[in-house]
Design a protein around this ligand. Sequence first.
Ligand code: SF4
Length: 257
Amino acid sequence: MARQPLFDDLEIGEIALQLDDQEPEDVIAWALETFDEDRIAIVTALQADGMVILDMAYRMKPNIRVMTVDTGRLPQATYDFYEQVRERYPEARFEVLFPDYREVEEMVRRHGINLFYKSVPMRLLCCHVRKVRPLIRALNQLDAWFTGLRRDQWASRAAIRKVEIDHDHDGVIKINPLADWTKEDVWAYIEEFDVPKHPLYAEGYTSIGCAPCTRPIQPGEDDRAGRWWWETNAPKECGIHCPIETGGFEHEMEAIV
Ligand code: SF4
């Protein structure tokens, strides 16, 4: 069903102002009351921030939709953790989004299976095919989605609002309940409510993505430094949360997708 815009930019700006000093639970409650339960979902890679939102939302609406993308290159620990999370929140409606196998096959035929190590544009192409495209297909079926973004995670996230129109994804409403939380707030909540923790945090990971593109950080490094660690002067983003220059590989993306 096509999306009917519920708010324009001015209206969503006013709502964002009203919600900006509200607690995450208040932001989540507003969203759950505003949008049809089949047209709103948590999109999460099961990292700490997303788990906090899942835990909060589950207390208000146990049958919340929960989407996660399986790129095909995730660590085994993530698959194991996914099963643990499903058991902890049995009434939630979990959905795994997969890339289009034809797009993956064409990308691999052209550039190899480990193309992400060759250049930043190649890495972005892989993220686009394996991660962003499946998400876009899912977002097209929604009016709103929750993310675990926080302003202190990375420079590209410093100006996010708690509610915004996601013009990069056809106007779907993007809800960032933890926008003004710190990492310490997140972990305090997790400990207080005994929220399941991805096991790789105990091994020094601070941001967890695909196995070949994620490693534990070194002392003093930024929390997202373990993502695509070989890249310099590139955004620690896959393209889901902000448009990224692809260095001339737009024609590759167009040809493949
Ligand atoms: Fe591909 Fe790495 Fe992006 Fe995963 S994180 S989609 S393996 S480039």
